[in-house]
Unconditional design. Sequence first.
Length: 281
Amino acid sequence: MLKKKIIPVFLASVLTVSGTTGFVTEAFSENVYAAEEVHTERLADFADLLDDGQEEELEAKLDQVSEDYGCDVVVVTEETLDGAVPQDYADDFFDYNDYGMGEDKSGILFLITMSERKWCISTHGEAIQIFTDAGQEYMTDNFGSYLSDGEYYEGFMKFADLCEEFIIQAQSGEPYDVENLPEETIPFYMIFLISLVVGFVIALIVTGVMRSRMKTVHMKPDAADYMKDGSLHINRSRDIFLYHQVTRTAKRRKRVPVAVEAVPIQVLRVRRMGVPVDHFN
């Protein structure tokens, strides 16, 4: 009786496993990038988000980080996933294209899809301990704003730089995690503004204290009152004339009396043609 019950259960389990295997196989074939050849480059820009120059620079950066530290760093862009789950697609893409370095196939892959407006990170091998969940959240917070603004090249380069920083930290024996994430770097302009505000506040406090201490001080009428007795010692002095001014006033002339000499006038009476004429010398 027990055997009769076991056989149907076993058959049902086999059918269930077969059906599940077929479903997994179908799902795997849908999630994996449908390519005839394995993609070996660490940059797969299928969505054409970068120009040729940017692709060369980014791929060189990804190769440098990967080869220097023995951990594959991969960036994949897709226009659409056709309904596939981004995380599953990223995991399958990594495995299918044989990424990963070392015996444990260590590596990290960043996937962004344009139609779905989603991105995700897939880690494998030793990279799972290097890039913890808290570390991945920190990374996306730092380069995600570039992607949201359409600055894809800057965002991908920031991702590569962060990967290098995290790998170096992990080699010290203490990977970045919740308790020891990198300190946030403050932009220079923020430092300048903060310094300006702090300086202004300190200046207000200092001047306020100085004014409070000057309540008993009154203005003196004479400049000498501001001088402490006996504090002035003059060793040498001289006068310096900076300019001069000349004022001229016209003098009034005195009138000199002129002596007039009386000259006798001789009057000659001349008769001309019978008419007497007065003539004088």
